[in-house]
Design a protein around this ligand. Structure first.
Ligand SMILES: C[S@@+](CC[C@H](N)C(=O)[O-])C[C@H]1O[C@@H](n2cnc3c(N)ncnc32)[C@H](O)[C@@H]1O
Length: 169
C-alpha cells in the first residue's frame, strides 16, 4: 500500500514537472542591454498597452512602466509574481505596472498593442498562431533571443527581434 502511494506521488510530481515545462520557458532574466534595446525598438507612444508574456521578476515590466506606459505582466510562478509586485510597489510604479498570476495562454491578447516575450524555441510556433489570431493589424511583437519560425522580423538588434502584425493579415 505504502509503495503504491509512493509510486503515485512520484508519478504526480513527474507529470507536474512535464506540464510546467510544456507551458513555457523557465525563468531567465533579460539582460540590461536587451531591455534597453527593447525600449528603443518598441518606439512607445502615449496610450499604448503592453504585455510581457512570462514576466519573471518583473524587470521588463518595470523598465517600460518607468517610461509612463501601461504594461501587464503574466507569470505562472507565484513567487516571481510576489517579487514583481513588491518591486513595483517599492519603486512607486503601481499606476502603470501590473503583474498577474496567470498563464499567458489563457489571456486574450487583443487588448494589447505591443507584446514582449522571452520564450523558448518549442513554444514559438504555437505562440505565433495565437498572436496572429488575436492581435490587431499594426501591433508590435518583441521577442528576446528566440525568434518566431517562418515569420519575417522587421528589425533585429542585440538578440531582440521586432515583428509587426500585417495590415492585411
Ligand atoms: C525566460 S523568463 C523571462 C522573464 C522576463 N520576461 C524577462 O525577460 O526577464 C520566462 C518566464 O516565463 C514564465 N512562464 C513560462 N510559461 C508561462 C506561461 N504559460 N504563462 C506565464 N508565464 C510563463 C516562467 O516562469 C519565466 O519566469
Amino acid at each position: 500500500m505504502v509503495l503504491i502511494l509512493i509510486y503515485l506521488l512520484i508519478l504526480f510530481i513527474f507529470l507536474s514537472v512535464v506540464y510546467f515545462f510544456l507551458q513555457g520557458p523557465i525563468f531567465a532574466p533579460s539582460s540590461e542591454t536587451a531591455i534597453s534595446t527593447m525600449l528603443k525598438l518598441a518606439k512607445i507612444k502615449p496610450g499604448v498597452r503592453i504585455a510581457d508574456l512570462g514576466s519573471g521578476d518583473g524587470r521588463v515590466v518595470r523598465a517600460f512602466a518607468k517610461k509612463g506606459v501601461e504594461i501587464h505582466g503574466y507569470e505562472i510562478n507565484p513567487l516571481l509574481v510576489l517579487i514583481s509586485k513588491h518591486k513595483i510597489k517599492e519603486e512607486g510604479l503601481g499606476n502603470n505596472a501590473f503583474v498577474h498570476w496567470r498563464s499567458f495562454w489563457k489571456i486574450d491578447l487583443s487588448q494589447f498593442n505591443i507584446i514582449i516575450v522571452f520564450g523558448i524555441d518549442y513554444i514559438m510556433n504555437r505562440l505565433k498562431r495565437k498572436l496572429l489570431k488575436e492581435l490587431k493589424p499594426g501591433s508590435t511583437v518583441i521577442a528576446n533571443i528566440f525568434p518566431f519560425p517562418d515569420w519575417k522580423y522587421i528589425n533585429k538588434k542585440d538578440g531582440i527581434y521586432l515583428y509587426q502584425i500585417d495590415e492585411n493579415k
